[in-house]
Write a protein that binds this ligand. Structure first.
Ligand SMILES: Cc1cc2nc3c(=O)[nH]c(=O)nc-3n(C[C@H](O)[C@H](O)[C@H](O)COP(=O)(O)O)c2cc1C
Length: 216
């Protein structure tokens, strides 16, 4: 334990390490498992504590639990069976127009006197400046929503549920099938449930291959 850590997280190091190491991309789920709504909401709430640029919270969670609906999505994810078998299929959406959120949020903070007009206007101009570029908007949607997706998977693990990230789907097909407004980009699908079989073990690169000190 880091001796400089003055906060009160007893066992946090051990528990978080266990959660990180035991999360695996689950491909086979027990069917007919229902995640209680309260637990699912806790998982979403924890996922939404992710950081985001300017706190714009670019993520939305489109959750599918209905069997027919899951079966409809399966071919859009190229027939991946876990879509049908998982308890919940969560489409992580990224907001391409998060600058709109910024306007509302920082206006509210100004009106509640949490920030000055000058600060609000600086934030407006930074955010709107960035969002002039569609590429910037798309990068931000993907980057920030992916952080929430990661937190979603870890939060699920902390509640005893397995998960699997899925990028193998046809985005246009998903937009159409789920009537997703053009404001949002489907960043990833995350399946949630209880693994029927242990996930395949995977390896990771060594630190020698991953960490570059100071500069290339
Ligand atoms: C962005 C992204 C897309 C992925 N897409 C798929 C997918 O379409 N189907 C699948 O079975 N696994 C998918 N995976 C899971 C990876 O294959 C898995 O995370 C990786 O092999 C490492 O395994 P682990 O997560 O169990 O350690 C995806 C993972 C990520 C992060």
């Amino acid at each position: 334990m880091n001796q400089n850590n003055t906060s009160n997280f007893e066992n946090a190091e051990e528990v978080i390490e266990k959660i990180l190491r035991e999360r695996h991309a689950t491909k086979e789920y027990k069917t007919n498992v229902i995640i209680p709504e309260e637990t699912l909401n806790e998982i979403f709430e924890l996922a939404a504590t992710a950081p985001s640029a300017w706190n714009l919270q670019h993520w939305r969670f489109l959750v599918i639990q209905n069997q027919e609906q899951k079966d409809r999505i399966k071919p859009i994810a190229y027939g991946q069976q876990q879509i049908s078998d998982a308890s919940a299929v969560v489409v992580i959406l990224g907001d391409l127009e998060a600058n709109r959120t910024g306007r509302e949020m920082y206006n509210r903070l100004y009106e509640s006197e949490f920030i000055s007009k000058a600060v609000r206007d600086i934030l407006f101009s930074q955010i709107e400046g960035g969002y002039q570029s569609p590429q910037f908007a798309r990068d931000e949607a993907n980057k920030n929503a992916a952080l929430a997706a990661m937190q979603l998977m870890l939060a699920a693990k902390s509640k005893g549920y397995d998960s699997g990230p899925i990028g193998g789907f046809n985005p246009a097909g998903l937009l159409e099938a789920l009537n997703i407004p053009g404001r949002f980009v489907p960043v990833m699908i995350v399946t949630l449930g209880v693994a029927a079989t242990p996930a395949r073990s995977t390896t990771r690169f060594s630190l020698n291959e991953l960490v570059i000190h100071e500069s290339f």
